[in-house]
Design a protein around this ligand. Structure first.
Ligand code: FMN
Length: 313
């Protein structure tokens, strides 16, 4: 077997599936001017000693400044700081005019309103391909309870939304969770023994396969071993006040008796799905699945918008 030839753009797409936070890495140059760039290559390395890393492209204008710096700070952005991320990755002349910042122990700029910041002494600079790995030793840090900005497949995503949704589901009786489980281009439905109506597996909590009252337990009882991978839709029925949270996932294993509950995309009898909101959620799923571009729907049963998760280029 030979190694496959690597197409950098294709590899970038594969690596882009790894969801990250977004940071702005800052330092002071030799003239005492603040410098910074947006980075999602941040990672924790070691707790003892406290080390972190960030990768900087050799082509970045600020590369020589950071490689020569004695210290740098990592600002982990909150979900309302997309504009800050954009400013520090664009050609904006004065990036620092877009944020309130102050210097901490090393003198590097730390931003107001971030989820966390880490002020670091430069520990090592490692030459790695077309990037340098800047390894920092944490000298001071702080963090807040706000939600981090997320980044996946070239687009910003909101982790806060799903965390809040799950929290609401755990605490609030007015929330139901639904599972949109796919197996080989077919969707798992529950068919009502009385009126024959189709619905998606529904439960008040995610739980696990051993908990019959939970969403994963309900799916398991239908004969499917599944993994819920992503949040797909969140909406409220204004009349009943019930919140619905729809997760999508894939079947890992399917029992023989579950086969009849799996309805191929092209055979779905749409009028048998009694709940019109669920019907449109499933219709969007089938459409986005065909286009391979999933988003998250946020709204009520009548209006709402789809937040894109996948940035297809
Ligand atoms: C979400 C996001 C993440 C990024 N992550 C990195 C990164 O980890 N390393 C890097 O060198 N550039 C990264 N970039 C690109 C830089 O922010 C961008 O090239 C910036 O303009 C570099 O600034 P400079 O040329 O002034 O040094 C990222 C951009 C965005 C929008």
């Amino acid at each position: 077997m030979t190694d496959r030839p690597i197409d950098p753009m294709e590899l970038r797409r594969a690596l882009g599936t790894f969801a990250t936070g977004v940071t702005v890495v800052t330092t002071m140059d030799a003239d005492g001017k603040p410098r910074g760039f947006t980075a999602n290559s941040f990672a924790s390395v070691s707790l003892d000693p406290p080390l972190i890393l960030v990768c900087l492209a050799k082509t970045a204008a600020s590369c020589p400044v950071f490689c020569a710096a004695q210290s740098y700070a990592v600002n982990i952005l909150s979900e309302d700081q997309k504009a800050v991320s954009a400013a520090f990755s664009s050609r904006t002349a004065d990036r620092f005019a877009t944020v309130d910042w102050s210097a901490r122990v090393t003198g590097c700029p730390v931003f107001a309103g971030v989820v966390a910041w880490l002020d670091c002494r430069m520990h090592d600079v490692v030459d790695a391909g077309d990037h340098y790995i800047l390894i920092g030793r944490v000298a001071d840090y702080d963090y807040a309870a706000s939600s981090p900005l997320g980044f996946c497949r070239g687009a910003y995503v909101s982790f806060g939304l799903s965390q809040d949704a799950v929290r609401a589901a755990e605490e609030d009786d007015g929330t139901r969770l639904l599972a949109l489980i796919e197996h080989q281009e077919a969707i798992l439905f529950h068919r009502d023994a009385g009126d024959g109506a189709l619905s998606l597996p529904t439960a008040p909590r995610i739980g696990n396969a051993d908990d019959a009252e939970s969403l994963l337990g309900t799916v398991k009882a239908a004969g499917v071993d599944a993994e819920l991978s992503f949040l797909f839709a969140v909406y409220e029925d204004p009349k009943s006040g019930v919140h619905s949270i729809v997760y999508r996932g894939e079947a890992r294993a399917v029992d023989e008796h579950a086969m009849s509950s799996l309805v191929p995309f092209q055979d779905i009898p749409w009028n048998d799905i009694g709940d019109t909101a669920v019907r449109s959620v499933v219709q969007r799923y089938v459409q986005e699945r065909e286009e391979n571009a999933f988003g998250v729907y946020v709204g009520d049963t009548a209006t709402g918008h789809v937040r894109p998760l996948a940035g297809n280029d």
